[in-house]
Each structure stands twice: as structure tokens, then as C-alpha cells.
Write a protein that binds this ligand. Sequence first.
Ligand code: GDP
Ligand code: MG
Length: 177
Amino acid sequence: AASGGSFDHLFKVLLVGDSGVGKTSLLQRFSEGSFDEASPPTIGVDFRLKYVDLQGKRIKLTVWDTAGQERFRTLTSSYYRGAHGIVYLFDVTREETFEGIKEVWMPEVAMYSTLEHPATMVIANKIDLESEREVSREQATAFSRQNGCLFVETSAKADVAVRQAFEELLLKILDSP
Ligand code: GDP
Ligand code: MG
């Protein structure tokens, strides 16, 4: 795997979304290739660093996770500063977390993001729990399109489309003016 040394781009990506949607699990799956069911992920981790090789370029990527502050549905403006990409996560088994994107997280990003047009993606996580699903693929696809976001369905637990999601977002960032 790529690590250390020089790089062509340095990008900051943020994970936002209600508590419990799987932000920390998704990041752990992406950065370490693992999933931890029993013990809650460490509180207090601010970001993970990962080098990604894409289209002949080496990207130094920092992915920022919250340390539980999202429970109060508010993050500080410094969290948003300079973000090139924003990932809005929701849990397909809890419709209120889908509503939270529109009601809480998109307004926050609009208020605090310092880039005029960060690349954005909606992620529907926990698709391994298909039988408990409350938000349809069609619903989430339409919402994402309306808001100019990419859309990917993932499972951090079953390792479905996690790396693909980050790569799609990075490609969009690379394409952005
Ligand atoms: P966060 O609060 O957004 O950081 O969410 P966490 O990563 O702490 O996950 C909340 C809970 O959902 C934990 O019990 C995880 O094990 C679980 N979880 C996370 N991702 C998935 C997934 O893809 N599928 C299932 N079934 N559970 C998941
Ligand atoms: Mg977390």
C-alpha cells in the first residue's frame, strides 16, 4: 500500500451525520480494513491519514471524524474549514438519520464550509440490514441528485463499496475547478 513520501494532492474530507450512523466504523473499514462490532470505536480521534493512488496521482488524504460532538447536532466551524469533500452519512434502518442530512447537516455545511463548492456525497450505510430498511434506494438517489451529491450504498460491517465510495469522491474532487 502507498505510504509516506511525496504526493500530488492534499485533500481534506469530512464525515458528517447523526450519531450512530456508522461514521467511525466506515473510517475504520477504509483506513484499517477492519470492523469492530462489540467495543465502541475510540472516542477522540480527529482524523485518519491515508495515501491513495488514483489516475496516476498520489493523494494524501485526511478523513475527519467527530469525537461524539455530533450527538448535540453541532460541530465547531473549525471542523469544516478547508474541506474539499463532504460525506453525508445516514443509516438506512433509521429514517430520522436521513432527514437529519437535510435538516441539520446540509445547513451546517452551507454555513461553515469555507470552499464555495466542496464535492459532496451521500452515503447510505448498513445495507447489510436490508430487512430493517426504512429508506429506499430510489428515495435516497432522488434526494442526492436534487442536492448535487454523489450517492453510494455501503456496509462498513460487510465491507460493501467503502473504498469505492472514497475513490468516487476523490475523483469528483480532482475534477472540480
Ligand atoms: P458513528 O456514531 O456515526 O461514528 O457510528 P459508529 O461507527 O460508532 O457505529 C454505530 C453502531 O453501528 C455500532 O454498533 C457499529 O458497530 C454499527 N455499524 C456501523 N456500520 C455498520 C454497518 O454497515 N452494518 C451494521 N449492521 N452495523 C454497523
Ligand atoms: Mg463515531
